[in-house]
Write a new protein. Structure first.
Length: 418
């Protein structure tokens, strides 16, 4: 597998007026996955995925009467392209070639009154087009999504906030046009759904932000965010297992014409759920004392199909990540460890989808000899734990997670002054 990322950025802050704080980013990411069978035929499969896009936005700062105001506005665009080649011919079925274009624009106003009140209001327009070689239908749509947030800071460093926001998510190529037969023994059919509607979310969120400096020693900092949310989603995209009348369910185990065990379904298709709800709690916290830091990040999320009360299989298990890091050599060297604790997942529509809890430990180190160069090394799954991460699909169709992994990387910025 080969992955390449290209990024070009430009920013300009006018020294003469607070109305111009401009940022522009142009990027492209390319992933080329090649697989060659180890047999005399040496069949070759290639999947090339490329995402190209840009974002342009400006922030204008001014006083609206006695209220300091920041008006941020901009546009963005990206294009996903998938191209597949397979000597055998099955890859095009499961990863069809196609394109997805998404573009939009937004405007947001932030009002700050004294030191205790912050109000943010705005909206965003999104449009998408999805086409594929697997179908002659074009999937397109657009929507305007509003947002309103109010934050109150009764005492310095302690903020209570509430937010209402809407958003649109277009279907991906795989969700809309995947088709074909899954390889044996679970040879169920994958059905396309080119008319898949985009998701529209309506999110209510409330929470607390903490920000304190010089807590235990001079120069340290404590940051934390606790949020509870409820997201009611129209046309939620979820895969469905189908047991069609008159279609034999695939045989999992048998001998000759006799089948001892069959799948409880014969086909899989991504479909829209009219009404779905996701709700939960998210926590982020960090304490930094210059030569070291510790962080916590976790989420507990439940999902429900409001049409029939079933759980949503696409909601991942509860997870908590703990990071402990240290700095040395004038903060150019960073090293530490990370612990991922993932809960069991048993609130699923089919017991074959369930997964067990697991813990994984990682190590990392990074060194920056100068502002333009960075070396990274990491060890994932330090103790070579054997586990199967939750995927939303039957455990029998999910590959075990990788064991011990060691990685090394170098990042170099070109055209940047020292």
């Amino acid at each position: 597998m080969r992955n390449a990322t290209y990024r070009l950025g430009y920013s300009f802050v006018s020294p003469d007026t607070p109305l111009i704080d401009l940022n522009f980013n142009l990027y492209r990411n390319e992933t080329d996955y090649t697989q060659i069978d180890q047999n005399p035929a040496a069949a070759r499969r290639d999947v090339e995925v490329a995402t190209t896009g840009f974002d342009l936005y400006n922030a204008s700062r001014f006083d609206l009467g006695i209220v300091p105001t920041t008006l941020t506005y901009g546009v963005d665009y990206f294009r996903d392209e998938v191209e597949t080649h397979d000597d055998v011919g099955s890859t095009e079925l499961f990863t069809p070639s196609g394109t997805r274009e998404v573009y939009g624009g937004f405007v947001q106003a932030r009002f700050e009154y004294d030191t205790w009140l912050e109000v943010i209001g705005g909206g965003r327009f999104d449009h998408f087009d999805l086409t594929s070689t697997a179908t002659t239908e074009e999937n397109t749509g657009d929507r305007f999504s509003p947002k309103l947030s109010v934050g109150v800071t009764p005492i310095q460093g302690f903020q209570i906030y509430g937010t209402y926001a809407e958003g649109l998510r277009s279907p991906t190529l795989n969700e809309a046009v995947v088709s074909g037969l899954h390889p044996a023994p679970a040879a169920f059919e994958l059905l396309p759904n080119a008319g898949l509607s985009p998701e529209v979310g309506h999110t209510l969120e409330a929470g607390v932000n903490l920000s304190y400096d010089n807590v235990l020693v001079g120069g340290d900092g404590l940051r934390a965010k606790l949020a509870v949310f409820r997201n009611d989603v129209d046309d939620y995209i979820e895969y469905a297992t189908l047991d069609r009348p008159g279609v034999a369910n695939p045989c999992l185990a048998g001998r000759g014409p006799i089948c001892f065990a069959r799948l409880p379904y014969d086909a899989l298709q991504y479909q829209n759920i009219d009404k779905a709800r996701l709700e939960g709690v998210e926590l982020e916290a960090s304490y930094d004392w210059r030569w070291g830091y510790v962080g916590l990040a976790g989420a507990i999320i439940d999902g429900e199909n409001r049409r029939n009360g079933d759980p949503l299989n696409s909601v991942y298990p509860d997870k908590l990540t703990t990071t402990l890091g240290f700095r040395a050599l004038n903060e150019r060297l960073t090293f530490g460890g990370r612990w991922h604790a993932v809960a069991a997942k048993d609130d699923v529509t089919d017991p074959t989808l369930a997964s067990d809890r697991y813990d994984v430990f990682d190590l990392f180190v990074a060194y920056e000899p100068n502002e333009n160069t960075r070396f990274d090394a990491s060890i994932r799954n330090l103790f070579d734990r054997q586990y199967q991460a939750y995927s939303g699909f039957p455990a029998s169709e999910t590959d075990p997670a990788p064991g011990f992994e060691a990685m090394f990387g170098v990042s170099i910025k070109f055209g940047v002054d020292n």
